[in-house]
Design a binder for this molecule. Structure first.
Ligand SMILES: NC(=O)c1ccc[n+]([C@@H]2O[C@H](COP(=O)([O-])OP(=O)(O)OC[C@H]3O[C@@H](n4cnc5c(N)ncnc54)[C@H](OP(=O)(O)O)[C@@H]3O)[C@@H](O)[C@H]2O)c1
Length: 352
Protein backbone atom coordinates (compact mmCIF):
# COMPACT_ATOMS: atom_id res chain seq x y z
CA UNK A 1 0.00 0.00 0.00
CA UNK A 2 1.11 3.50 -0.91
CA UNK A 3 1.24 6.19 1.77
CA UNK A 4 -0.48 9.51 1.18
CA UNK A 5 -1.15 12.50 3.38
CA UNK A 6 -4.22 12.80 5.59
CA UNK A 7 -7.47 14.17 4.24
CA UNK A 8 -8.12 16.87 6.79
CA UNK A 9 -6.16 20.06 7.47
CA UNK A 10 -7.99 21.02 10.64
CA UNK A 11 -6.22 21.50 13.93
CA UNK A 12 -6.18 18.45 16.16
CA UNK A 13 -8.03 18.97 19.41
CA UNK A 14 -8.37 15.72 21.31
CA UNK A 15 -8.92 15.01 24.97
CA UNK A 16 -5.80 14.16 26.90
CA UNK A 17 -7.08 10.66 27.64
CA UNK A 18 -7.33 9.57 24.02
CA UNK A 19 -6.99 5.81 23.59
CA UNK A 20 -4.24 4.07 21.68
CA UNK A 21 -6.46 3.49 18.65
CA UNK A 22 -6.96 7.21 18.17
CA UNK A 23 -3.28 8.03 18.24
CA UNK A 24 -1.99 5.42 15.81
CA UNK A 25 -0.39 7.19 12.89
CA UNK A 26 -2.15 5.77 9.89
CA UNK A 27 -5.32 4.04 8.84
CA UNK A 28 -6.72 2.24 5.82
CA UNK A 29 -9.11 4.35 3.78
CA UNK A 30 -10.72 4.47 0.40
CA UNK A 31 -9.13 7.53 -1.19
CA UNK A 32 -9.82 9.52 -4.34
CA UNK A 33 -7.50 12.27 -5.53
CA UNK A 34 -9.73 13.23 -8.44
CA UNK A 35 -13.43 13.24 -9.19
CA UNK A 36 -14.86 9.87 -10.31
CA UNK A 37 -16.54 6.87 -8.77
CA UNK A 38 -15.48 3.21 -8.96
CA UNK A 39 -12.52 4.01 -11.23
CA UNK A 40 -11.20 6.90 -9.16
CA UNK A 41 -10.88 5.23 -5.80
CA UNK A 42 -8.29 3.02 -4.14
CA UNK A 43 -7.56 1.55 -0.74
CA UNK A 44 -4.57 3.37 0.77
CA UNK A 45 -2.79 3.84 4.07
CA UNK A 46 -3.22 7.50 5.05
CA UNK A 47 -2.89 9.79 8.05
CA UNK A 48 -5.59 9.74 10.71
CA UNK A 49 -8.23 12.48 10.45
CA UNK A 50 -7.88 15.45 12.78
CA UNK A 51 -10.89 16.54 14.77
CA UNK A 52 -12.11 20.05 15.55
CA UNK A 53 -13.30 21.07 19.01
CA UNK A 54 -16.91 20.22 18.15
CA UNK A 55 -16.12 16.88 16.51
CA UNK A 56 -15.53 13.31 17.60
CA UNK A 57 -13.21 10.68 16.17
CA UNK A 58 -14.96 7.42 15.34
CA UNK A 59 -13.57 3.96 14.87
CA UNK A 60 -15.78 3.14 11.91
CA UNK A 61 -17.69 -0.10 11.90
CA UNK A 62 -19.54 0.61 8.66
CA UNK A 63 -20.53 3.37 6.28
CA UNK A 64 -23.53 3.65 4.00
CA UNK A 65 -23.50 4.18 0.26
CA UNK A 66 -26.11 6.40 -1.35
CA UNK A 67 -26.73 8.56 -4.42
CA UNK A 68 -25.63 11.76 -2.69
CA UNK A 69 -22.26 10.21 -1.84
CA UNK A 70 -21.85 9.22 -5.49
CA UNK A 71 -22.58 12.80 -6.57
CA UNK A 72 -19.91 14.10 -4.22
CA UNK A 73 -17.47 11.46 -5.49
CA UNK A 74 -17.92 12.22 -9.17
CA UNK A 75 -18.44 15.96 -8.74
CA UNK A 76 -21.64 15.94 -10.74
CA UNK A 77 -23.80 17.83 -11.25
CA UNK A 78 -21.01 20.40 -11.57
CA UNK A 79 -23.10 22.79 -9.52
CA UNK A 80 -22.00 20.98 -6.37
CA UNK A 81 -18.35 21.87 -7.10
CA UNK A 82 -19.35 25.51 -6.68
CA UNK A 83 -20.94 24.69 -3.34
CA UNK A 84 -17.58 24.22 -1.64
CA UNK A 85 -16.81 20.57 -2.34
CA UNK A 86 -13.78 21.32 -4.52
CA UNK A 87 -13.59 22.77 -8.03
CA UNK A 88 -11.12 20.39 -9.72
CA UNK A 89 -10.88 17.58 -7.17
CA UNK A 90 -12.85 16.64 -4.06
CA UNK A 91 -11.72 18.67 -1.05
CA UNK A 92 -12.32 15.66 1.14
CA UNK A 93 -10.45 12.78 -0.44
CA UNK A 94 -12.12 10.11 1.73
CA UNK A 95 -15.78 9.67 0.67
CA UNK A 96 -18.66 8.33 2.73
CA UNK A 97 -21.32 10.25 4.67
CA UNK A 98 -23.44 7.69 6.52
CA UNK A 99 -21.53 6.15 9.40
CA UNK A 100 -21.83 3.96 12.48
CA UNK A 101 -18.99 3.33 14.86
CA UNK A 102 -17.50 3.84 18.28
CA UNK A 103 -16.28 7.15 19.69
CA UNK A 104 -12.54 6.89 20.37
CA UNK A 105 -11.74 10.56 21.01
CA UNK A 106 -13.68 13.77 21.54
CA UNK A 107 -12.99 17.44 20.82
CA UNK A 108 -12.73 19.92 23.69
CA UNK A 109 -16.27 21.29 23.20
CA UNK A 110 -18.08 17.97 22.78
CA UNK A 111 -20.69 17.43 25.49
CA UNK A 112 -23.11 14.79 24.20
CA UNK A 113 -20.73 11.85 23.75
CA UNK A 114 -17.93 10.10 25.51
CA UNK A 115 -15.26 7.64 24.49
CA UNK A 116 -16.79 4.19 24.05
CA UNK A 117 -20.23 5.34 22.85
CA UNK A 118 -21.64 3.57 19.80
CA UNK A 119 -23.14 6.20 17.50
CA UNK A 120 -24.62 6.69 14.04
CA UNK A 121 -25.02 9.70 11.80
CA UNK A 122 -23.12 11.67 9.18
CA UNK A 123 -19.33 11.85 9.05
CA UNK A 124 -16.63 13.57 7.04
CA UNK A 125 -15.47 10.33 5.34
CA UNK A 126 -16.76 6.99 6.52
CA UNK A 127 -15.07 4.66 4.00
CA UNK A 128 -12.06 4.40 6.30
CA UNK A 129 -11.02 2.80 9.56
CA UNK A 130 -11.47 6.11 11.39
CA UNK A 131 -13.60 9.16 10.61
CA UNK A 132 -14.19 12.56 12.12
CA UNK A 133 -17.79 13.67 12.58
CA UNK A 134 -19.45 16.80 13.98
CA UNK A 135 -21.12 16.11 17.30
CA UNK A 136 -24.37 17.65 16.07
CA UNK A 137 -24.66 15.17 13.19
CA UNK A 138 -24.57 12.11 15.45
CA UNK A 139 -26.86 10.27 17.85
CA UNK A 140 -26.43 7.23 20.04
CA UNK A 141 -26.95 3.99 18.12
CA UNK A 142 -30.48 2.60 18.43
CA UNK A 143 -30.35 -0.24 20.95
CA UNK A 144 -32.10 -2.71 18.66
CA UNK A 145 -29.86 -2.17 15.60
CA UNK A 146 -26.48 -3.63 14.74
CA UNK A 147 -23.78 -1.12 13.85
CA UNK A 148 -24.03 -2.20 10.21
CA UNK A 149 -27.78 -1.52 10.17
CA UNK A 150 -27.25 1.81 11.92
CA UNK A 151 -24.78 2.81 9.19
CA UNK A 152 -27.54 3.03 6.58
CA UNK A 153 -29.95 5.24 8.47
CA UNK A 154 -29.04 8.92 8.65
CA UNK A 155 -28.54 10.15 5.08
CA UNK A 156 -31.76 8.62 3.75
CA UNK A 157 -34.10 8.74 6.75
CA UNK A 158 -33.62 12.48 7.37
CA UNK A 159 -34.95 13.60 3.97
CA UNK A 160 -37.81 11.08 4.29
CA UNK A 161 -38.78 12.38 7.74
CA UNK A 162 -38.35 16.07 6.96
CA UNK A 163 -39.96 15.81 3.52
CA UNK A 164 -43.12 14.22 4.93
CA UNK A 165 -43.40 15.81 8.36
CA UNK A 166 -42.07 19.34 7.82
CA UNK A 167 -42.32 20.10 4.11
CA UNK A 168 -45.48 18.19 3.15
CA UNK A 169 -46.96 18.55 6.67
CA UNK A 170 -48.49 15.10 6.19
CA UNK A 171 -51.53 14.43 8.38
CA UNK A 172 -53.00 11.12 9.54
CA UNK A 173 -55.60 9.87 7.10
CA UNK A 174 -54.09 11.61 4.07
CA UNK A 175 -53.04 9.69 0.98
CA UNK A 176 -49.41 9.84 -0.07
CA UNK A 177 -47.69 8.65 -3.23
CA UNK A 178 -44.01 7.80 -2.80
CA UNK A 179 -42.36 7.78 -6.23
CA UNK A 180 -39.15 5.80 -5.75
CA UNK A 181 -40.37 3.70 -2.83
CA UNK A 182 -37.78 0.92 -3.15
CA UNK A 183 -34.67 3.07 -2.82
CA UNK A 184 -32.66 4.58 0.01
CA UNK A 185 -34.95 7.50 0.82
CA UNK A 186 -38.12 5.76 -0.37
CA UNK A 187 -37.93 2.75 1.95
CA UNK A 188 -37.77 5.13 4.92
CA UNK A 189 -40.47 7.37 3.44
CA UNK A 190 -42.98 4.51 3.09
CA UNK A 191 -42.47 3.48 6.71
CA UNK A 192 -42.46 7.02 8.14
CA UNK A 193 -45.61 7.91 6.18
CA UNK A 194 -47.30 4.84 7.66
CA UNK A 195 -46.13 5.80 11.15
CA UNK A 196 -47.72 9.26 10.59
CA UNK A 197 -51.03 7.53 9.83
CA UNK A 198 -51.14 8.03 6.06
CA UNK A 199 -52.45 5.72 3.36
CA UNK A 200 -49.35 4.95 1.33
CA UNK A 201 -48.92 4.06 -2.33
CA UNK A 202 -45.38 3.15 -3.37
CA UNK A 203 -44.04 3.37 -6.93
CA UNK A 204 -41.18 1.05 -7.91
CA UNK A 205 -40.03 -1.38 -10.60
CA UNK A 206 -41.59 -4.85 -10.98
CA UNK A 207 -38.91 -6.78 -9.08
CA UNK A 208 -39.09 -4.56 -6.01
CA UNK A 209 -42.83 -4.33 -5.46
CA UNK A 210 -42.64 -7.17 -2.92
CA UNK A 211 -40.13 -5.16 -0.92
CA UNK A 212 -42.34 -2.06 -0.98
CA UNK A 213 -45.33 -4.09 0.21
CA UNK A 214 -43.25 -5.75 2.92
CA UNK A 215 -42.33 -2.42 4.50
CA UNK A 216 -45.98 -1.46 4.83
CA UNK A 217 -47.22 0.21 1.64
CA UNK A 218 -50.98 -0.13 1.30
CA UNK A 219 -50.79 -0.08 -2.50
CA UNK A 220 -47.99 -0.45 -5.04
CA UNK A 221 -47.61 0.77 -8.61
CA UNK A 222 -45.15 -0.78 -11.06
CA UNK A 223 -43.74 2.15 -13.02
CA UNK A 224 -42.72 -0.13 -15.88
CA UNK A 225 -46.34 -1.19 -16.49
CA UNK A 226 -48.67 1.42 -15.01
CA UNK A 227 -48.90 5.20 -15.07
CA UNK A 228 -49.38 6.65 -11.60
CA UNK A 229 -50.59 9.83 -13.33
CA UNK A 230 -53.34 8.20 -15.40
CA UNK A 231 -55.88 10.59 -13.90
CA UNK A 232 -57.65 7.81 -11.99
CA UNK A 233 -56.10 8.45 -8.61
CA UNK A 234 -55.21 11.73 -6.88
CA UNK A 235 -53.03 12.00 -3.79
CA UNK A 236 -52.94 14.56 -0.99
CA UNK A 237 -49.14 14.38 -0.96
CA UNK A 238 -46.61 13.21 -3.53
CA UNK A 239 -43.01 12.63 -2.47
CA UNK A 240 -41.04 12.54 -5.72
CA UNK A 241 -37.75 10.68 -5.21
CA UNK A 242 -37.13 8.78 -8.45
CA UNK A 243 -37.74 8.91 -12.17
CA UNK A 244 -37.64 12.69 -12.66
CA UNK A 245 -41.23 12.95 -13.85
CA UNK A 246 -42.12 16.32 -15.37
CA UNK A 247 -43.98 18.63 -13.00
CA UNK A 248 -47.06 18.50 -15.26
CA UNK A 249 -47.20 14.72 -14.90
CA UNK A 250 -46.84 14.85 -11.12
CA UNK A 251 -49.60 17.47 -10.95
CA UNK A 252 -51.98 15.14 -12.76
CA UNK A 253 -51.69 12.69 -9.86
CA UNK A 254 -52.01 15.40 -7.20
CA UNK A 255 -55.27 16.40 -5.48
CA UNK A 256 -56.52 19.91 -6.34
CA UNK A 257 -55.11 21.25 -3.06
CA UNK A 258 -52.41 18.62 -2.68
CA UNK A 259 -48.70 19.08 -1.98
CA UNK A 260 -45.86 17.89 -4.21
CA UNK A 261 -42.46 17.62 -2.55
CA UNK A 262 -39.59 17.05 -4.96
CA UNK A 263 -36.77 15.28 -3.13
CA UNK A 264 -34.57 14.48 -6.13
CA UNK A 265 -34.02 12.14 -9.02
CA UNK A 266 -31.15 10.95 -11.16
CA UNK A 267 -30.31 11.84 -14.74
CA UNK A 268 -30.96 15.56 -14.65
CA UNK A 269 -27.87 16.61 -16.59
CA UNK A 270 -24.20 17.15 -15.81
CA UNK A 271 -24.31 20.86 -15.03
CA UNK A 272 -27.30 21.49 -12.80
CA UNK A 273 -28.74 18.02 -12.18
CA UNK A 274 -31.94 19.36 -13.76
CA UNK A 275 -32.65 21.69 -10.86
CA UNK A 276 -34.79 23.67 -13.31
CA UNK A 277 -37.59 21.17 -12.57
CA UNK A 278 -37.58 22.18 -8.90
CA UNK A 279 -37.36 25.90 -9.74
CA UNK A 280 -40.23 25.59 -12.20
CA UNK A 281 -42.35 23.76 -9.61
CA UNK A 282 -41.78 26.47 -7.00
CA UNK A 283 -42.55 29.26 -9.47
CA UNK A 284 -45.70 27.62 -10.73
CA UNK A 285 -46.80 27.00 -7.16
CA UNK A 286 -47.26 30.75 -6.68
CA UNK A 287 -50.09 30.78 -9.22
CA UNK A 288 -52.05 27.58 -8.53
CA UNK A 289 -53.94 25.91 -5.69
CA UNK A 290 -51.62 22.90 -5.51
CA UNK A 291 -48.48 23.42 -3.45
CA UNK A 292 -45.31 22.43 -5.33
CA UNK A 293 -42.06 22.58 -3.43
CA UNK A 294 -38.63 21.13 -2.77
CA UNK A 295 -36.02 21.15 -0.01
CA UNK A 296 -32.55 20.04 1.05
CA UNK A 297 -32.51 17.89 4.16
CA UNK A 298 -30.99 19.23 7.37
CA UNK A 299 -28.32 17.05 8.95
CA UNK A 300 -29.30 17.53 12.58
CA UNK A 301 -29.03 15.30 15.62
CA UNK A 302 -32.46 16.50 16.77
CA UNK A 303 -34.09 14.60 13.92
CA UNK A 304 -31.62 11.72 14.20
CA UNK A 305 -32.98 11.25 17.71
CA UNK A 306 -36.54 11.27 16.33
CA UNK A 307 -35.48 8.57 13.84
CA UNK A 308 -33.79 6.64 16.66
CA UNK A 309 -37.12 6.67 18.53
CA UNK A 310 -38.98 5.36 15.49
CA UNK A 311 -36.40 2.59 15.05
CA UNK A 312 -36.45 1.58 18.70
CA UNK A 313 -40.24 1.69 18.73
CA UNK A 314 -40.31 -0.73 15.80
CA UNK A 315 -42.14 1.77 13.58
CA UNK A 316 -39.38 1.78 11.00
CA UNK A 317 -36.56 -0.63 10.11
CA UNK A 318 -33.55 -0.07 7.85
CA UNK A 319 -33.88 -1.89 4.53
CA UNK A 320 -30.36 -3.25 4.33
CA UNK A 321 -29.53 -4.64 0.90
CA UNK A 322 -26.03 -6.04 0.41
CA UNK A 323 -23.07 -5.44 2.67
CA UNK A 324 -19.67 -5.00 0.98
CA UNK A 325 -16.25 -4.99 2.65
CA UNK A 326 -14.49 -1.67 2.14
CA UNK A 327 -12.10 -3.00 -0.50
CA UNK A 328 -15.16 -3.98 -2.58
CA UNK A 329 -16.44 -0.40 -2.70
CA UNK A 330 -16.12 -0.22 -6.51
CA UNK A 331 -18.42 -3.27 -6.77
CA UNK A 332 -20.87 -1.66 -4.37
CA UNK A 333 -20.89 1.49 -6.51
CA UNK A 334 -21.65 -0.57 -9.64
CA UNK A 335 -24.45 -2.32 -7.74
CA UNK A 336 -26.05 1.01 -6.81
CA UNK A 337 -25.51 2.68 -10.19
CA UNK A 338 -26.98 -0.29 -12.06
CA UNK A 339 -30.24 0.09 -10.11
CA UNK A 340 -30.02 -3.32 -8.45
CA UNK A 341 -29.98 -2.13 -4.86
CA UNK A 342 -33.07 -2.72 -2.73
CA UNK A 343 -32.98 -0.11 0.00
CA UNK A 344 -29.51 0.72 1.27
CA UNK A 345 -25.98 -0.64 0.82
CA UNK A 346 -23.53 -0.90 3.74
CA UNK A 347 -19.74 -0.74 3.46
CA UNK A 348 -18.08 -2.55 6.35
CA UNK A 349 -14.64 -1.59 7.46
CA UNK A 350 -13.75 -4.41 9.83
CA UNK A 351 -12.66 -6.86 7.13
CA UNK A 352 -10.36 -4.46 5.22
N1 LIG B 1 -33.37 16.78 -1.30
C1 LIG B 1 -32.56 16.11 -0.50
O1 LIG B 1 -32.16 16.59 0.57
C2 LIG B 1 -32.11 14.73 -0.88
C3 LIG B 1 -31.63 13.86 0.11
C4 LIG B 1 -31.26 12.56 -0.26
C5 LIG B 1 -31.33 12.16 -1.59
N2 LIG B 1 -31.76 13.05 -2.53
C6 LIG B 1 -31.86 12.64 -3.94
O2 LIG B 1 -32.98 11.77 -4.06
C7 LIG B 1 -32.76 10.87 -5.14
C8 LIG B 1 -33.05 9.44 -4.69
O3 LIG B 1 -32.11 9.05 -3.70
P1 LIG B 1 -32.11 7.56 -3.17
O4 LIG B 1 -30.92 7.44 -2.28
O5 LIG B 1 -33.42 7.18 -2.64
O6 LIG B 1 -31.81 6.77 -4.55
P2 LIG B 1 -31.97 5.22 -4.89
O7 LIG B 1 -31.71 4.42 -3.67
O8 LIG B 1 -31.19 4.97 -6.11
O9 LIG B 1 -33.55 5.05 -5.21
C9 LIG B 1 -34.10 5.55 -6.42
C10 LIG B 1 -35.57 5.17 -6.47
O10 LIG B 1 -36.13 5.71 -7.68
C11 LIG B 1 -36.87 4.70 -8.32
N3 LIG B 1 -36.95 4.95 -9.75
C12 LIG B 1 -35.97 4.83 -10.68
N4 LIG B 1 -36.46 5.12 -11.91
C13 LIG B 1 -37.77 5.43 -11.74
C14 LIG B 1 -38.82 5.81 -12.63
N5 LIG B 1 -38.62 5.94 -13.94
N6 LIG B 1 -40.03 6.06 -12.11
C15 LIG B 1 -40.27 5.93 -10.80
N7 LIG B 1 -39.32 5.58 -9.90
C16 LIG B 1 -38.08 5.33 -10.38
C17 LIG B 1 -36.14 3.42 -8.00
O11 LIG B 1 -36.97 2.32 -8.21
P3 LIG B 1 -36.38 0.89 -8.69
O12 LIG B 1 -35.09 0.71 -7.95
O13 LIG B 1 -37.44 -0.06 -8.31
O14 LIG B 1 -36.14 1.01 -10.18
C18 LIG B 1 -35.81 3.67 -6.52
O15 LIG B 1 -36.93 3.37 -5.73
C19 LIG B 1 -31.32 11.08 -5.60
O16 LIG B 1 -31.34 11.88 -6.77
C20 LIG B 1 -30.68 11.82 -4.45
O17 LIG B 1 -29.60 12.63 -4.87
C21 LIG B 1 -32.16 14.32 -2.20
Amino acid sequence: MEEVTGSSDRVESLEASEPAAATSRTMKAMVQSEYGTADAIQLLEIGMPDIAADEVLLEVHAGGLDRGTLHLMNGQPYLIRLMGYGLRAPKNSVPGLDVAGTVVAIGAEVTRFQVGDDVFGISNGSFAEFASAPEDKLALKPANLSLTEAAVVAVSSLPALQGLRDVARLQAGQSVLVVGASGGVGTYAVQIAKSLGAEVTGVASSGKLDLVRSIGADHVIDYTREDFADGERHYDVILDIGGRSPVSRLRRALAPRGTLVIVGGEGGGRWTGGIGRQLWAMTLSLFIRQRLTTFISKETYVDLEVVKGLLEGGEITPTLDETFAIDRLPEAIDHLESGHARGKIAITVASA
